[in-house]
Design a binder for this molecule. Structure first.
Ligand code: ZN
Length: 116
């Protein structure tokens, strides 16, 4: 249930930005989420709808911008994009299986949409 705490930080970041911009209402929040981050989109929206009640972000739509996971092979050093449809997770260049995650764990607020 760690979605709740990340959702709280999404909300507070959005509120902070809206306040600085002098906005009356937040209409949407774009959240970048990596394929390897363990957060589930639906849960984040679910928690958001609850905790944003009574704030200017109430009713805002969360838009998830998914970034692909990147892996690096420990044998040949090549990097490639993680493809969830592949059954075996091995290096496409050399077939090695010593893989390291080098991208796709992102989770951050990219932008917010507001009504002035
Ligand atoms: Zn390799």
């Amino acid at each position: 249930m760690h979605e709740l705490s990340v959702t709280q930080s999404v909300l507070s970041i959005a509120l902070e930005h809206a306040q600085k911009a002098g906005a009356q209402r937040i209409t949407q929040i774009v959240v970048v989420i990596g394929d390897f981050s363990t957060f589930v989109d639906d849960s984040v929206q679910f928690y958001f709808d609850i905790i944003s009640q009574g704030t200017i972000a109430e009713g805002a739509e969360l838009i998830f911008d998914r970034t692909p996971g990147r892996l690096r092979c420990g044998d040949c050093g090549s990097t490639f994009t993680y493809d969830a449809r592949r059954v075996e997770l091995t290096c496409p260049s050399c077939g090695g299986s010593r893989l390291e995650i080098v991208g796709g764990r992102e989770f951050y607020v990219e932008s917010i949409g507001v009504e002035p």
